[in-house]
Design a protein around this ligand. Structure first.
Ligand code: SAM
Length: 426
């Protein structure tokens, strides 16, 4: 059969079969992942070398000669690889990588990956594997075999891969996860969402960020079972999918803080007001004997009432969602610099810069947001100009920002009462 040639970044792949999946729209996802991995692995390498140097010093002090050179093994697993395009781009465009495994369950896909690896001359960097992604990851759950980074890019929902994935990433390593089942995550099927992600989704104005927060709580839940926990460094909603980048750490003590990073969401069926009810309130009470003792994990906030305080309608209950920050802004700043300096290398650089600039501005401690026209639509009013609404909030002494997930969004730490007061005066 005639082969189609596709060029993206530094890779050129050839695809002959309709059965092997290639989606050009995901170029942004791949470009962004390359940028994130480049910055992340640079950090990872530095901290690995620092640790090795400390160890060498200690050994020298004990009279033992340490290793002369420090090797930093950096391994990436692309668990669902399809054409191999992503792995080939990682091999060619991400510095510091030692080895990549490109895996797929489909025999035809693995054949295509093999051909593309040879065609791109990256045989030394990429090994192929033909297996169920979970089976492969379970084989790598022991310390010495864990991956520095695992990329999960499935059709639809990634949750069936999470149990094995959270176990087979190194401490401080990176998990990159895509979910494309937006209808489920955005509240069209809350019951299915509960079955798949362990959280009830809501049809609400900030459904895209809620989708990110449902996925993050799902990954955290899986990680906690193995005394591990996540640190989200970037969480993006784009087109028809979401993509999260989370570091995985180990530590049973830190897992006790999870409940304070999760909240239930009350959605008023009348005015669509959203109220968060934290699951826990972490308070460390260090004693000399036990420096990490926890004083209380019980919520200290009053429960949300049956009726909405603004319009007296009942609530839908959704969640739990991840209600802690979804990005690490210090990382995002460096990522943005990296993409600006290397913009010629990314086909979608302009879009990445736009999205990351929005992310940089987002209020980190304010989960979810309003959508301006929906807010005014609820009370059958003409929409107030965005600038005017933002100024009114700022003048009242509160912070306001956009969310990257929606152009008409308003993120604010102002109480809902103030927003309704502003609307009343309009
Ligand atoms: N990551 C690819 C890219 O960037 O072009 C696209 C991956 S595609 C959306 C999903 C792939 O997962 C398909 O090739 C499919 O054969 C494979 N797949 C589905 N279930 C799998 C499983 N349980 N284990 C391994 N691969 C699987």
């Amino acid at each position: 059969a005639e082969k189609k040639s596709i060029i993206e970044g530094q890779a050129e792949i050839r695809v002959s079969s309709q059965k092997v999946f290639y989606n050009p729209v995901q170029e942004f996802n791949r470009d962004l992942s390359i940028a994130v991995l480049s910055v992340f692995l640079d950090d990872f390498k530095k901290s690995f070398i620092e640790k090795a140097q400390k160890k060498a010093k200690r050994l020298t002090a004990e009279g033992i000669e340490p290793e002369k050179t420090i090797e930093v093994p950096i391994t990436i697993l692309e668990a669902l690889s399809a054409t191999g395009l992503r792995s080939i781009r990682y091999a060619k465009e991400v510095p510091n990588v030692t080895k990549i495994i490109a895996n797929d369950l489909s025999e035809q896909a693995v054949e295509t990956i093999k051909e593309n690896i040879v065609y791109n001359g990256v045989e030394n960097f990429i090994d192929t594997n033909h297996d169920d992604a979970c089976m492969l990851m379970y084989k790598h759950k022991f310390h010495s075999k864990r991956f520095t980074a695992i990329d999960l890019d499935p059709y639809g929902c990634p949750s069936i891969f999470l149990d094995s994935a959270v176990q087979s990433v190194q401490d401080g390593g990176l998990l990159l996860v895509t979910a494309t089942d937006m209808a489920v995550l955005a509240g069209n099927s809350p019951e299915t969402c509960y079955c798949k992600y362990g959280a009830v989704s809501l049809k609400t104005r900030s459904c895209h960020e809620m989708a990110l927060r449902i996925l993050l709580q799902c990954i955290e839940h899986h990680a906690n079972r193995y005394s591990r926990f996540i640190e989200p460094i970037l969480s993006i909603s784009a087109d028809f999918y979401i993509r999260v980048f989370v570091k995985i750490h180990s530590g049973a003590f830190h897992c006790k803080k999870t409940t304070s990073k999760l909240s239930m969401v009350y959605q008023c069926v009348g005015c669509d007001n959203l109220t968060l009810q934290p699951l826990g309130a972490f308070k460390a009470n260090p004693t000399e004997k036990n420096p990490g003792q926890i004083k209380s994990c019980l919520p200290l906030v009053p429960p949300v009432g049956e009726f909405c305080v603004h319009c007296n309608h009942r609530h839908h209950l959704g969640g739990p969602i991840w209600s802690a920050p979804i990005h690490n802004i210090e990382f995002v700043n460096r990522l943005l610099n990296h993409v600006e300096e290397n913009s010629h290398k990314f086909g979608t650089a302009k879009r990445i810069i736009g999205v990351l600039s929005m992310v940089q501005e987002e209020l980190q401690d304010v989960p979810l947001y309003y959508i301006v026209d929906k807010l005014f639509g609820r009370v059958h009013l003409e929409t107030m100009p965005m600038l005017q609404l933002r100024s009114a909030i700022l003048n009242a002494g509160y912070q306001v920002s956009f969310s990257h997930a929606s152009k008409l969004s308003i993120k604010t730490n102002a109480p809902a009462q103030l927003i309704w007061d502003i609307i009343r005066t309009w």
